[in-house]
Design a protein around this ligand. Structure first.
Ligand code: CP
Length: 335
């Protein structure tokens, strides 16, 4: 494949290859010299039309660890603010020789448009488009779940197990509960697709006003009662309430929202002993997740950020340079 636009485009084999490659990349991160020469001479452009902390920095770190040249473009402060179009911005990047464009855009479908326009010749990676998809977030979430939950027999606590079992079945049957503002969440959509492909069972929990039209066609279950699903969850993923995308009429009061859909210490205690607590960030501490939960030993929130670098290295390696099988990577490292 040349682009990564949607988690829905990934076959099970694609997803497993990315996750296994990311495990190899994580080993590189553990070495004193964290760089591979794989993408030396290639140029990666981070094209961000919307704010980001984690995704932009981790794509930059990933490209640099693969020895690529990185150009960071933020719409703020660029000629986009003078009205320049996506097409003319893309043609400008193409003229500068971009081998890959990592794009975050407020418009759902912008990465697809870029990939299929003919404006650029390189690979396009979706770093989050509107309320549509955020495939590398779903991949780093699956990577994190696999590290904690892979191989756990039903009810068996397995923490920090490390790489997956290599069979591709290691999230099969795991139960993942995704809670909150599903309506505006590209993270939820990408996770539902990817986790379904990997054989996990996903339950979405949200107020009815924060679920998208057509949710009955998504490959997952829906519940309005968080307390009813916690005890059978292997992972619970809290979503940020996206007030900036929201009409006030959609939203109960913050207090009411926290009371019904927030994860506090009492609710965390209802989870099975081995279950993990996730959040893609940025968090609204005290609203969808209590600070003591976010900072607890069951929280993988900071680890998710670290894993994002390995996963994004794997994606760029496979899209741009990955001729060698992942197992050969450490031997190829000379930088
Ligand atoms: N999870 C995530 O996409 O965070 P940023 O918006 O900070 O990139």
């Amino acid at each position: 494949k040349r682009h990564l636009i949607s988690a829905a485009d990934l076959t099970r084999d694609d997803a497993i290859l990315i996750l296994d490659t990311a495990e190899e990349m994580a080993r590189v991160a553990d070495r004193p010299i964290k760089k591979l020469p794989t993408l030396r001479g290639r140029t990666v452009v981070n094209l961000f039309f919307e704010d980001s902390t984690r995704t932009r920095i981790s794509f930059e770190a990933a490209a640099k660890r693969l020895s690529a040249d990185v150009i960071n473009f933020s719409a703020k402060g660029s000629s986009v603010s003078k009205g320049e179009s996506l097409k003319d911005t893309a043609l400008t990047l193409e003229a500068m020789g971009a081998d890959a464009v990592v794009i975050r855009h407020h418009a759902s479908g912008a990465p697809h448009r870029l990939a299929n326009s003919g404006w650029i010749g390189g690979s396009v990676v979706n770093a989050g488009d509107g309320t549509h998809e955020h495939p590398t977030q779903a991949l780093l979430d699956a990577f994190t779940m696999r590290r904690h939950l892979a191989g756990a027999a039903d009810g068996g606590p397995v923490h920090h197990r490390g790489p997956g079992d290599g069979t591709g079945r290691d999230l099969e049957g795991r139960r993942v509960t995704i809670v909150g503002d599903v309506l505006h969440s590209r993270v939820a959509r990408s996770n539902v697709h990817l986790l379904g492909t990997l054989g996990a069972h996903v339950t979405l929990v949200a107020p009815p006003t924060l679920l998208p039209i057509g949710i009955e066609n998504w490959p997952c279950e829906v519940s309005y009662d968080l307390d009813a699903v916690l005890a059978k969850s292997d992972a619970v993923m809290m979503l940020r309430v996206q007030r900036e995308r929201m009409n006030a009429a959609f939203f109960p009061t913050e207090r009411e929202y926290s009371r019904r859909y927030g994860l506090d210490a009492a609710r965390m205690a209802a989870l099975p002993e081995h279950a993990i607590v996730m959040h893609p960030g940025p968090m609204n501490r005290g609203m969808e997740i209590a600070a003591e939960v976010a900072d607890s030993v069951r929280s993988t929130i900071v680890e998710q950020v670290s894993n994002g670098v390995s996963v994004r290295m794997a994606v760029m390696y496979l899209l741009l340079g990955g001729a060698a099988p992942p197992a050969e990577l450490p031997a190829a490292a000379t930088a």
